[in-house]
Design a protein around this ligand. Structure first.
Ligand SMILES: [Zn+2]
Length: 263
């Protein structure tokens, strides 16, 4: 059991849209998650409109210590170049770390070559390796089944653990790889059987019951999740599993310490 005094830890959802059609329609915003963890500002999956949402919410990209990319799909990665420039003041202030899968940098790269010298360092993510940003450490525990190279992350900071389970088709090893007190899960699909390798609501329930976290936050909604009101689906999951489940909303700021039961 973790007995350390918990560090402050919040996530602001810059958007909650997932997959192509929802992102194209912008019924929900897209743009990823802004995390403030133990005093470190960390941006995860800067999808379309990230810079717009960041400035709208008066967040300061020059304060970012790191940008983390789970995978190269556009709904997660389209604004990564804009955000690297924003973090580094157009490349004039060398600062910040970038973490990305190898295929975001090779072949048909989503991170442009001309700005790769702007951050302090670009790390190529490796399965099972632990990375550090100040007092925050995070590990991509295993490669997801999502077509392109994709990772989720277990985050650890003093007194708090949480996991971000990024896009994937369900496979038996997936739940066992994550152990956060709070889980943030991308659930694009309400129903299983989609060809694009996404988790369905039933998959999320399986994951919750295996991991038994203190709380779960659903995000990255596709059209059919949205039509069926994610907040009602989350409430049903809470009742079915006995685990507090929240549907993220655009602009929502969540206190991870509170959700983890730390206060
Ligand atoms: Zn994807």
């Amino acid at each position: 059991m973790n007995t350390e005094a918990p560090s402050p830890a919040t996530i602001t959802f810059l958007g909650t849209a997932g997959a192509r059609i929802m992102v194209a329609k912008q019924l929900l915003a897209s743009g990823g998650m802004w995390m403030s963890l133990a005093g470190e500002e960390i941006l995860v999956d800067p999808g379309p409109g990230c810079i717009v949402q960041v400035t709208k919410r008066k967040l300061d990209p020059t304060r970012l210590k790191a940008i983390i990319l789970s995978h190269r799909h556009l709904d997660h990665a389209s604004d990564i170049n804009v955000m690297i420039e924003a973090m580094t003041e157009g490349g004039f202030k060398k600062r910040g770390l970038v973490f990305a899968p190898a295929d975001a940098l090779e072949g048909d790269p989503v991170i442009l070559k001309y700005l790769r010298s702007f951050p302090e360092k670009i790390y190529v993510l490796e399965e099972g390796k632990t990375y550090r940003v100040g007092e925050v450490s995070f590990t991509p525990p295993l490669r997801h089944d999502h077509g392109v190279e994709t990772y989720g992350f277990n985050f650890q900071l003093p007194g708090v653990t949480f996991s971000y389970i990024a896009d994937s088709r369900f496979f038996p090893e997936l739940p066992g790889a994550y152990h956060g007190q709070v889980l943030v899960i991308n659930v694009v699909r309400k129903d299983p059987g989609h060809p694009f390798f996404h988790l369905s609501l039933a998959d999320v329930k399986t994951i919750m019951l295996e991991i038994k976290p203190r709380a779960v936050v659903l995000t990255h909604f596709g059209m059919n999740m949205w039509r069926d009101k994610p907040w009602e689906l989350a409430e049903n999951l809470s009742l079915e599993t006995g685990i507090k489940t929240i549907a993220a909303r655009d602009g929502m700021k969540l206190d991870l310490v509170e959700l983890a039961g730390g206060i």
